[in-house]
Design a protein around this ligand. Structure first.
Ligand code: SAM
Ligand code: SF4
Length: 338
């Protein structure tokens, strides 16, 4: 069949063909998509195995200077109570990650200039010294010198989603910023020796199959080590409040296509997927994903890290969430690895 032909060509070496990606992205019902999900799951098993990698995430500030149209943390959202965690609180949260037997800490925030390079470097050094954790940063766009300083202080990885591969959509959704600059930042991070994560939202207003095909090709051409791919979810206090949310099937389709085009990439099953569907995260893990990021932000702050609604429904104690996940995964022959 045509689907099988496209699938075969995608698994050959070299960049994916745009027509093949668009053809597969245009399949809309679960049955037609089964061969794709099946192929991606088999590829995942061959290349990265049955292990699900864990990353403990700590969202240490919800201040942001930007005004991304999709995000609840945008500066113009005056209804959100803002917080910043102290160095002590951040270090405590890092210890909680360590105690949960997780090897990687992800530090994420809005674009908050309060944490300047000097403060962040001191923090990175002390977390590294006291916990030995692998440190991933997700702090948005910064000057090259700052990325370099973070690297020298001991940071190992950096997540900077390209958000959408369409330059015009990017510019519309992120006023005052350009996709080109984001891609320059991703290039610097690679050069500096960071393991680098990109990724995009799925279901953004104005996004079509061609844009999603470009998202997949971009992740490939960036040589991304990781890709955060999840649905767009409208937040009531943003200009996109009345847009429909992304859907489960298109996200699974893109995860599967990324797994096939970049077989050894790390793909998280995102929290946004469980917001869309109770089994969303498991479905992602069965369609190419191999990473899970439990939230270690202290509960009082967690509900204020309000990117999109429904996140706090998932905000139980991370250890019991992990226990539950492990039970579910074991039923599918998957195991958890710190
Ligand atoms: N400020 C940094 C940045 O923008 O890269 C890091 C934090 S930002 C809140 C992390 C991610 O949240 C973004 O990469 C974006 O994809 C995601 N995000 C924000 N608003 C969202 C929404 N309404 N639905 C889904 N994802 C969203
Ligand atoms: Fe700020 Fe990041 Fe949200 Fe944009 S996506 S408003 S940069 S926190």
């Amino acid at each position: 069949s045509k689907t099988e032909e496209c699938l075969e060509r995608l698994q050959e070496a070299g960049p994916p063909r745009r027509e093949d990606l668009i053809a597969l992205l245009s399949l809309r019902d679960e049955k037609a998509l089964q061969p794709l999900f099946f192929a991606a799951d088999a590829r995942r098993k061959e290349t990265v195995g049955d292990v699900v990698h864990l990353r403990g995430i700590v969202e240490f500030s919800n201040y942001c200077e930007r005004n991304c149209l999709y995000c609840g943390l945008r500066q113009a959202n005056r209804q959100l109570k803002r917080y910043r965690m102290t160095d002590r609180e951040i270090l405590e949260a890092a210890f909680a990650v360590k105690r949960a037997n997780i090897g990687t800490l992800v530090l994420q925030s809005g674009e908050d200039p309060f944490y300047d390079a000097e403060k962040l470097c001191r923090l990175i050094e002390s977390i590294k010294r006291e916990t030995g954790l692998v440190i991933t940063l997700s702090l948005g766009e910064r000057p090259r010198e700052e990325y370099q300083a973070f690297r020298q202080a001991g940071a190992d990885r950096y997540l900077l989603k390209h958000e959408t591969a369409s330059p015009s959509l990017y510019h519309r959704l992120r006023p005052g910023s350009r996709l080109e600059n984001r891609l320059t930042c991703l290039g610097w991070l690679k050069d500096l020796g960071f393991e680098t994560g990109s990724g995009n939202m799925v279901g953004l207003p104005g996004q079509d199959a061609a844009v999603l095909a470009d998202d997949i090709s971009l992740i490939d051409s960036l040589n991304a080590d990781m890709a955060g791919i999840g649905p767009f979810l409208p937040h009531p206090q943003t200009p996109l409040s009345s847009c429909p949310p992304g859907e489960v099937l298109p996200v699974l389709t893109i995860l599967a296509l990324v797994r096939l085009t970049r077989p050894v990439i790390h793909l998280p099953a995102t929290t946004a997927m469980s917001v869309l569907h109770p089994e969303g995260r498991l479905k992602a893990l069965a369609s190419g994903a191999n990473v899970f990021m439990p939230d270690f932000t202290p509960p009082a702050y967690r509900r204020l890290y309000d990117l999109y609604p429904g996140r706090s429904a998932d905000s139980g104690d991370p250890l019991s969430i992990l226990n539950l996940l492990e039970k579910e995964l074991n039923r599918y022959g998957r195991t958890i690895l710190p």
